[in-house]
Design a protein around this ligand. Structure first.
Ligand SMILES: *[C@@H]1O[C@H](CO)[C@@H](O)[C@H](O)[C@H]1NC(C)=O
Length: 294
């Protein structure tokens, strides 16, 4: 009797453990730049390293530069290893984002705001649906993002959009269509990466200007992982809907461990969250209420 109780307890623990680990996104597959991406503008400001397994974007006083995915995707798991501009990066913005290309566009953004030497970067995230954003969140990172590569990823399915820094979820945007909030689900997106000058707003609200004597500013990218449902630009649905690993049940919500990590980020590293900005939004957006309840 005692031993069978013991056994079933073990089974419960084992299955809890597997549930806790089940929802970690699959390991990204690193591929050369040219497999998934091509330059968007200022081709001569992109430098290719070891056969394109790594690229460096250069920003000088003439121009920044960027690159975009060859394919267009409706849902998936996308990640990029990035090493931010070292030293004095004040005024610069390094970005990794998904965007649809139309009037009422959808967008999922990672924007890294540079700073003076030794001062911390800020990671700003945003979600646009049907052309409107105003959903900024800002955090400090728990490491110096200019020292090493770190992996920044987006998991996007019909149920949620999750922003990850390495394996830590830093933000979740749930599908709250039932509460009247638009969710990106029928406009395919491309993935964009870029480095540009934004010294009118990026660092301490625009007080710190880009010091061009420190140019060129260099951000490094590698990994180039894309695992999405490829669709034509005007497609309204994903042909493999419900069949890929990232839209299975365990990826429709964060698991307990991920919720705990997200709470840790919110408690320790959050600088700004539109959800709690009562001045700007006297009525809290419905999606904010939902993701607090969980
Ligand atoms: C830059 O450093 C200052 C001083 O530590 C800080 O107030 C600011 O939030 C930092 N980041 C940005 C992007 O302004």
């Amino acid at each position: 009797m005692a031993s069978s109780t013991h056994w079933s307890l073990c089974l419960v623990l084992i299955s809890l453990a597997s549930v806790a680990f089940a929802a970690a996104p699959r390991r990204p597959v690193d591929v050369p730049f040219g497999r998934n991406y091509y330059p968007t503008w200022a081709y001569d400001h992109i430098k290719y390293i070891s056969g394109g397994s790594e690229v460096q974007l250069n920003l000088d006083k003439y121009t920044g530069t960027g690159f975009q995915s060859k394919g267009t995707y409706l849902f998936g798991h996308f990640s990029m290893h990035i090493k931010m501009v070292p030293g004095d990066s004040a005024g610069t913005v390094t970005a990794f984002y998904l965007s649809s290309n139309n009037n009422e566009h959808d967008e999922i953004d990672f924007e890294f705001l540079g700073n003076r030497s030794g001062q911390p970067y800020i990671l700003q995230t945003n979600v646009f649906t049907g052309g409107s954003g105003n959903r900024e969140q800002r955090i400090f990172l728990w490491f110096d993002p200019t020292k090493e590569y770190h992996r920044y990823s987006v998991l996007w399915n019909l149920y949620q959009i999750v922003f990850f820094v390495d394996d830590v979820p830093i933000r979740v945007f749930k599908n709250c269509k039932d509460l009247g909030v638009k969710f990106p689900f029928q406009q395919p997106m491309k993935i964009y990466n870029s480095l540009w000058n934004a010294d009118d707003w990026a660092t301490r609200g625009g007080l710190e200007k880009t010091d061009w004597s420190k140019a060129p500013f260099i951000a490094s990218y590698k990994g180039f992982h894309i695992d999405g449902c490829e669709a034509s630009v005007n497609a309204k649905f994903c042909a493999t809907q419900g069949k890929r690993w990232w839209d299975q049940t365990e990826f429709r919500d964060l698991d307990a461990l991920q919720w705990r990590r997200l709470r840790w980020v919110r408690e320790k590293f959050t600088i700004y969250n539109y959800c709690t900005d009562r001045k700007r939004f006297p009525v809290m957006s419905p999606e904010c209420r939902r993701d607090r309840d969980v």
